[in-house]
Design a protein around this ligand. Structure first.
Ligand code: C2O
Ligand code: CU
Length: 478
């Protein structure tokens, strides 16, 4: 059977909540729905853009299209054909964060594809295997490219209509803007890169200052929170509403009561909330740091209120394979400050004959501060691709034992897999699946996954300045 095609219009901006839905989607509702193929054009370019949170002046953003956070929304089973066209002055790529897709679609210049140079384009063609809340971003000069706004959102809906009629998407990030000069500030500093990172100056949700979202009085609303700031760590909570966690990194869990959840770059949290009284307003709050900050509000509209028990419906279970813990191999990974500055193994010639070109590694910082298992792979000054940190056997279960010896937290991300978080030594967390887990100061975390996806996969801290100053490596599955 021929799949129907849709040219997916991207809406962005302040409009992360206004989602692109292909025409005819609802008409194709279950049980007769056939998968669609979505043709998506992603033009990476510099655009003057007035950020709603900083209305004083347009700034030279780097965007996919015309506004921050363009959103691709598809249904599980649909195919995405996304063409990246590079109109930036440097090479780029797109990594589909959290998607368990073929290695060749993972978007890593030199490792899984050639860099997409200015004027060139690259076609990403895949079927997202999991429903959930995802995002996408470049995987080179991330400090500069994501710093200027180059990232987008990807929502994969379950094939069956979900239990939440109201579904809001909240991309939370800061911007490095000098409000007086009306200009971007430098996106990295050595002081920041060597410590907790260089923080933004202006906080936002979907590019706005404390936006309000309507929720049904006494009903359940799904709130998808994406932490997409290059640096910040948040402790997310809700005040003025009942709240429960229903997915982590897109993978269904619980519902589990939400007290607070610590999140850093690239982590996602889906929660269900209920505001009981008509007209009442609840707040999404970040408790991290000295004073709680309100990020967004939720105002109850319509209805007459409710006094019933809080019992948000669970999402459809995720389809990740269950790790075989009895036969797993354990591999330790130590996240440390760099002890061998700039140590990168021999240059290599890629399988297709291309030679890794050090002049092509773009990073604003020339420093090396961080390492995984004493090996540093900085984005700048590298003389070649490093040897893998570990080589895994296809199909086998592995337990990664992560240890943080530094005084800073590191959101550790593995490409290509959804890991089961088994045990955390410091921050209590229920067992859940994740692609990015926050390894807090001096913490030890054990996670397990089935190495069922062959290829060379990135494994790194997702604080962009840590990643680009050494805390990054390769896991090979063969
Ligand atoms: Cu969000 Cu290496 O990825
Ligand atoms: Cu880090």
């Amino acid at each position: 059977p021929v799949t129907r095609r849709s040219a997916l219009a991207l809406l962005g901006g302040a409009g992360a909540a206004a989602l692109a839905v292909p025409a005819g989607r609802s008409a194709e509702a279950v049980p007769t729905r056939r998968p669609l193929t979505h043709e998506v054009a992603l033009v990476a370019n510099e655009r003057p853009y007035v950020l709603p949170a900083f209305p004083q002046k347009p700034l030279p953003f780097w965007l996919y299209g015309e506004a921050p956070f363009p959103t691709i929304r598809v249904t599980k089973g649909d195919r995405i054909r996304a063409r990246l066209t590079n109109r930036l002055p440097e090479h780029t790529s797109i990594h589909w964060h959290g998607l368990r897709i073929a290695n060749g679609m993972d978007g890593i210049p030199w490792l899984t594809q050639p860099p997409t140079r200015p004027g060139e384009s690259f076609l990403y063609d895949f079927i997202p295997p999991d429903a959930g809340t995802f995002f996408f971003h470049p995987h080179c000069d991330e400090i500069g490219q994501v710093g200027r706004g180059l990232e987008g959102l990807l929502i994969v809906d379950d094939a069956e209509p979900g239990p939440y009629a109201v579904d809001h998407v909240l991309a939370v990030r800061d911007w490095r803007i000098d409000a007086e000069k009306g200009a971007f500030l430098p996106f990295t500093t050595d002081q920041g890169a060597a410590r907790a990172g260089t923080f933004g100056t202006l906080r936002s949700v979907n590019g706005r200052h404390q936006p309000d979202f309507a929720v049904p009085t006494g009903g359940y609303a799904r709130i998808r929170i994406l932490s997409v700031d290059p640096t910040r760590i948040m402790e997310i909570g809700v005040e003025g509403a009942e709240a429960a966690i229903i997915a982590v990194d897109g993978f269904a869990v619980g519902p589990l009561p939400l007290e607070s959840w610590r999140m850093s770059m690239a982590m996602r949290l889906d929660i269900a909330i209920r505001v009981r009284e008509p007209g009442a307003t609840a707040r999404l709050v970040d408790y991290f740091g000295s004073a709680p900050t309100t990020l967004a509000t939720f105002t109850a509209a319509g209805g007459t209120g409710t006094a019933g028990d809080f019992a948000p419906p669970p999402l459809a279970p995720h389809g990740l394979p269950e790790p075989d813990l009895a036969n797993a191999e354990t591999i330790p990974f130590t996240f440390s400050a760099s002890s061998i500055a700039g140590a990168v193994p021999e240059p290599i010639v890629l399988p297709d004959g291309r030679v890794y070109d050090p002049a092509d590694t773009l990073c604003l910082s020339g420093s090396t501060f961080w390492a995984i298992n004493r090996q540093s792979w900085p984005g700048h000054g590298a003389t070649g691709l490093p040897q893998p940190l570990a080589t895994l056997k296809l199909g086998r279960t592995y337990v990664f034992e992560l240890l943080n010896t530094t005084p800073h937290s590191h959101p550790v991300h593995i490409h290509g897999f959804g890991a089961k978080v088994l045990e955390c030594s410091r921050l209590a967390r229920p067992m859940h699946r994740a692609d990015t887990v926050l390894l807090t100061t001096k913490e030890r975390i054990r996670l397990a996954f089935v190495a069922d996806n062959p290829g060379d996969w990135m494994f790194h801290c997702h604080i962009l300045e840590h990643q680009e100053t050494g805390m990054m490596g390769i896991i090979r599955v063969a």
